[in-house]
Design a protein around this ligand. Structure first.
Ligand code: JB2
Length: 215
């Protein structure tokens, strides 16, 4: 029995997810919903944008049980979190997506609605919370703890035992040394090398990473 799914959001991140979903024979995508009326009738991969979120109840009546959060995030995870929470509140179940070229250790734990994309790695004993993006080629090493709604961006590398707080963003190609704790709603800039803990609500950039100067 295939799981009937709706993709919420029809932009670039949704297209990445559509590519992964199209490879999963256990999933049937009923369509895409997007808040922008201009996207109506366009396609996200092979899937048509059939309306906006007001269509969720009708889709559920037609047997859709799960959703995939196609709204990505960069520094600010608030929009993505809102989409996730509204969809779960409507009764849809969050579907996790793991690209077939990704490696997720048998002892790792993925919560609902997280995505592990092309050639990404989630190591032994790692815990990835709900609505997290482990983006293309990112490495989440053994025993890492990734909080809800966080984004580990393309090519980022986290050593063993790293923790990343909820809604935090680890930028493209950033490196976080093993054992480091990144707080909540923090941003690690692209290419940064983090060798000291990062407090909540802090932006760090550079090599070695240091708080970004305001302005
Ligand atoms: O509440 C919503 C909603 N809010 C925005 N419900 C639904 N169903 N759709 C919503 N959207 C739609 O998500 C917007 O109308 C827009 O079409 C889409 C977001 O697409 P956008 O092109 O703005 O970015 P993205 O989210 O696909 O990708 C971002 O995040 C990725 C991780 C970009 O920053 C990418 O560069 C990044 N790789």
């Amino acid at each position: 029995m295939r799981v009937s799914v709706v993709i919420l959001g029809g932009g670039g991140h949704a297209r990445v997810l559509a590519d992964a979903l199209a490879l999963d024979e256990g999933v049937a995508v009923a369509g895409v919903l997007d808040a922008d009326p201009a996207r109506r009738g366009s396609h996200v991969g092979p899937y048509e944008v059939v309306g906006d979120d007001s269509c969720v109840p009708a889709l559920m009546e037609r047997g859709v049980t799960h959703f995939v959060n196609g709204v990505g995030s960069v520094a600010d995870a608030a929009r993505r979190r809102r989409v996730f929470e509204r969809a779960t509140a409507s009764g849809l179940l969050p579907l996790s997506v793991v690209h077939p070229t990704a490696f997720v250790a048998a002892s790792a734990r993925l919560a609902g609605g997280c995505v592990v994309l092309t050639r990404a790695v989630v190591g032994s004993g790692a815990i990835v919370s709900e609505n997290v993006i482990v983006n293309t080629g990112a490495i989440v090493e053994h025993d890492c703890r990734i909080g809800p709604h966080a984004h580990i961006a393309t090519g980022a590398m986290l050593g063993g035992d790293v923790t990343v707080g909820e809604e935090s963003h680890v930028g493209i190609g950033a490196t976080i040394r093993q054992g480091i704790h990144v707080g909540r709603r923090a941003v690690v800039g692209a290419g940064a090398v983090v060798v000291k803990d990062v407090p909540d609500n802090t932006v760090v950039v550079g090599v070695p990473a240091a708080p970004a100067s305001p302005g």
